[in-house]
Ligand binder design. Structure first.
Ligand code: PMM
Length: 277
């Protein structure tokens, strides 16, 4: 028997945006987002990921002031409750304000490429940093999904390794860095599956791994009927199957919309591994 894996931690998603692909507009006011965050904590989220910019393919960027207005009040309220909060942002100004409001993790989908000063903000704090594999902003990322000649796994490993070097060079200690393959970001459905099958290759980089698959279009494509993708709201069963496998493989953090379903999957994994009777 392989040794029991350490249980994955669950990052619950709170998108304070009018236009996210998965839940756009549902939690777009401070009150709705705070209530949603509290609900996710009740369901067992270890971390709440608060974002004010939609990164769905084709999305246009909000102004910095809009992004600040969306996330800072929500972070202030949820951290006052005692929640562990990460801010999902690519902007140094937003990261700094979020850390000032009580966030302790910066989740940067661009891994420091969109705004390199974000690395200095993190280095000057005690915050942890999630560096995701990314190639371009949402309005252009479809043009960046060519991974020849090396293939997606080798390319993502190399490019994430370069980001890790930049993060470390900025002064962020390695034990505060988490890496993420960036499912759906400049990736065709088969790229996501290849990356998921080869996660150990990324683990070689020496940092914990975060995976965000929840409701993404590659699950919709997998479950398509006659070429019509499964709608966003009907992908959860496949997602639970996936997070179960990821937990067995020792992924450290799961970024999810449905915290309860993910918690149930983790309970099954723990029971199977003898962590619970
Ligand atoms: N995906 C989205 C947004 N932020 N952050 C990380 N670290 N990893 C991801 O895969 C990721 C992310 C887009 O999904 P959403 O619109 O459902 O939040």
């Amino acid at each position: 028997m392989p040794p029991a894996s350490r249980s994955a931690r669950v990052m619950g998603i709170v998108n304070v945006t009018p236009d996210s692909f998965s839940d756009g507009g549902r939690w777009a006011t401070t009150e709705a987002a705070v209530a949603h965050g509290r609900h996710l904590v009740e369901q067992g989220a270890d971390v709440l990921d608060i974002g004010g910019e939609s990164t769905r393919p084709g999305a246009t960027r909000p102004l910095v002031a809009e992004e600040l207005d969306r996330v800072v009040p929500v972070i202030r309220e949820l951290t006052a409750d005692g929640a562990v909060v990460s801010v999902d942002t690519m902007r140094s100004e937003v990261a700094a304000a979020a850390l000032g409001a009580g966030a302790t993790i910066v989740n940067d989908v661009s891994g420091g490429l969109a705004d390199p000063r974000i690395l200095d903000v993190v280095a000057d704090s005690d915050a942890s940093y999630v560096a995701m594999h990314w190639r371009a902003h949402a309005d252009r990322m479809r043009d960046f999904s060519d991974y020849s000649p090396d293939g997606v796994v080798a390319s993502v490993r190399r490019e994430l390794g370069e980001r890790l070097d930049a993060v470390l060079a900025a002064g962020v200690p390695r034990d505060r860095v988490v890496l993420d393959p960036g499912l759906g970001f400049a990736k065709k459905p088969r790229h996501n599956w290849e990356l998921l099958a080869a996660l150990d290759t990324l683990r070689d980089l020496g940092c914990p791994l975060l995976v965000g698959a929840s409701r993404k279009s590659f699950l919709g494509s997998l479950l398509a009927v006659d070429g019509s993708p499964r709608p966003v709201g009907e992908r959860e069963h496949a997602h639970v199957a996936l997070v179960t496998l990821l937990a067995v493989r020792g992924v450290d953090l799961l970024r999810v919309h449905d915290v309860r379903a993910t918690r149930d999957a983790l309970a099954v994994v723990a029971a199977m591994e003898g962590g619970r009777t």
